[in-house]
Design a protein around this ligand. Structure first.
Ligand SMILES: C[S@@+](CC[C@H](N)C(=O)[O-])C[C@H]1O[C@@H](n2cnc3c(N)ncnc32)[C@H](O)[C@@H]1O
Length: 526
């Protein structure tokens, strides 16, 4: 595609706006699939300015890297910011990585425009556009944990700013192979940009990324967090409450955060009372006046916790939930319980699935996600899905004994009010010895025994209550509720769970009455 400047923009004075316009011209000619394949979702100007406003600079010479530059919007926003009053910037040395050939010409034009704009302010901008894959170029920094941060010091960057591409890369991709020390399985490419970007920063250099929140929790990113947070100290985090709105014009269905950190090797071993500022807004409109709070960093990222989950309590309520739940010392494991994922994957078990229970005795209930509501199982229901499974599936280990369980949905709809939806499954609900549980459900059971009814009610009530929902949201941006995360969740003493179960049995529907019982039983101060 040939890039032609518009006369309107040739004379435009704001480099960031020009970059935004230039990028939009390229995007116009791309199909949705092409954009998805390269993670081409450009940063809107207001988000870029919000990010750039967090760069302190303060030096006359700055080396700034954007490892996934697009049309250069973020670089322009940073230079504009550093050129503003109070900054001493005289020389800006920019490095922009960009692999898409369609963006090279616009990016060059944007940089030329930026140079002209800066020289009128007595700032010299020199820039290098690297057309190579950023991750592969820096694969040596990802190879082993030892090398990850053994980086250069003289050529290190003062600022790394990015909106990296987001997509999963197959295990066989050379970039995934280069990064086995930081990510397991099928990594998302944005984490590799974060790891390599951080490795290229100088000590006390500034790191600003807009990324999905998924790295902040969950087992897949545990190793990444351990290595990354050993060097990077979070200072400011903005959470977009809505999945759709961070990119406005582009349909990006990820929960995004703007993450600012400074490189501060070994900060966790120093006894300093670091703080982090956590803010949130529903979407871009709220960026001008985001609601935010300063927290002790220890509250967001506990030094002692092995899983290094980055918690983001954006509201006071979140902070209270975290401190109460953290004070609980029980767990499923401690109470002789466990949680697993339903074994029936329908497309692999089609020969066993049926729409009716006839002939009676040869088929047993198959419980799906849409049978499970807060505190309630509605089985059978009007679904067109097969609600029964042949008893012979037991030979394939697809069936469970019909016992008391707690069933939890593994997925919540994208903008669902609650993440955790749980119901007690009582064996008395159906008259058969076996049961099928579909793979979109998790189930809690007693190892080698059976949950008492009061335990099933008590756990379900707890998981449906606002306090655990809040705790879960603060700790994880995932709509997926993994068994691993629930296994690690602290629980109140078992006698309290049982008491809660006895009381919850008498409540017909969740809501205020259930919240009150949970609050009174586990000691939530209102
Ligand atoms: C999410 S866009 C962000 C662009 C720009 N920085 C902005 O904020 O508007 C990511 C950009 O990274 C580029 N990209 C994708 N993979 C890359 C790689 N491995 N190395 C360098 N750039 C890459 C894409 O072509 C795309 O322009």
């Amino acid at each position: 595609m040939e890039f032609t400047e518009s006369s309107h923009f040739r004379s435009h004075d704001r480099p960031t706006y020009y970059a935004d316009w230039a990028g939009a011209q390229v995007v116009l000619h791309k199909s949705a699939d092409e954009r998805k394949a390269n993670g081409l979702y450009l940063t809107p100007v207001d988000v870029a300015e919000f990010m750039a406003a967090q760069v302190h600079g303060g030096k006359s010479e700055m080396r700034i890297l954007d490892p996934a530059a697009g049309s250069g919007t973020l670089l322009c926003a940073v230079v504009e910011r550093l050129a503003s009053a109070g900054n001493r910037l005289q020389n800006a040395e920019l490095t922009a990585y960009e692999t898409d050939p369609d963006l090279h010409e616009p990016l060059a034009a944007v940089i030329d425009n930026l140079k002209r704009w800066a020289s009128r302010r007595r700032i010299r901008v020199i820039a290098t556009v690297e057309k190579n894959d950023f991750v592969l170029t820096h694969a040596h920094l990802l190879g082993t944990t030892r090398h990850l941060f053994d980086s250069l010091t003289s050529s290190a960057f003062d600022v790394v700013i990015a909106n990296p591409p987001y997509f999963k890369i197959p295990k066989c991709d050379p970039r995934a192979q280069a990064a086995t020390s930081v990510v397991h399985g099928q990594p998302n490419i944005y984490a590799l940009f974060m790891a390599a970007g951080a490795a290229l920063l100088r000590e006390r250099g500034e790191f600003l990324f807009i990324v999905p929140r998924s790295f902040a929790s969950g087992p897949y990113f545990r190793l990444f967090r351990e290595t990354f947070f050993a060097r990077m100290r979070p200072t400011r985090i903005h959470v977009f409450g809505s999945r759709r709105e961070a990119f406005g014009r582009d349909e990006v269905l990820q929960e995004n955060i703007i993450f600012k950190a400074v490189r501060d090797d070994g900060w966790q071993s120093r006894d300093s009372r670091f703080k982090v500022y956590v803010s949130s807004s529903v979407g871009r409109a709220g960026l001008r006046t985001p609601a935010g709070r300063v927290l002790p960093l220890e509250q967001a990222l506990s030094k002692s916790a092995a899983d290094k989950v980055l918690r983001l309590p954006t509201l006071k309520e979140g902070e209270a939930a975290v401190s109460l739940v953290d004070s609980w010392t029980g767990s499923l494991h401690q109470y002789g319980m466990n949680i697993s994922t339903g074994p029936v994957v329908p497309f692999r078990a089609t020969q066993f699935l049926h729409k009716t229970d006839v002939p009676i005795g040869s088929r047993v209930p198959l419980i799906w996600m849409n049978h499970v509501h807060a505190m309630l199982i509605s089985f059978p229901n009007g679904t067109r899905k097969p609600q029964y499974i042949g008893r012979e599936a037991v030979k394939k280990s697809l069936l469970l004994p019909n016992r008391n369980y707690v069933l939890l949905r593994r997925f919540s709809p994208k903008e669902e009010v609650r993440r955790l939806v749980a119901a007690p499954w009582l064996k008395s609900l159906v008259c058969c010895s076996l049961l099928g549980i579909e793979n979109h459900l998790n189930y809690i059971y007693r190892t080698g025994g059976e949950l008492a009814e009061e335990e099933a009610f008590g756990l379900a009530a707890l998981f449906n209550a606002k306090i655990l929902d809040t705790y879960f949201r603060v700790s994880s941006g995932n709509t997926q509720v993994s068994a691993t995360e629930l296994r690690a969740m602290p629980l109140p003493p078992l006698d309290k769970i049982r008491l809660l179960g006895r009381r919850a049995k008498t409540v017909n529907c969740p809501g205020d009455a259930l919240e009150q019982i949970v609050g009174e039983t586990v000691g939530i101060v209102r």
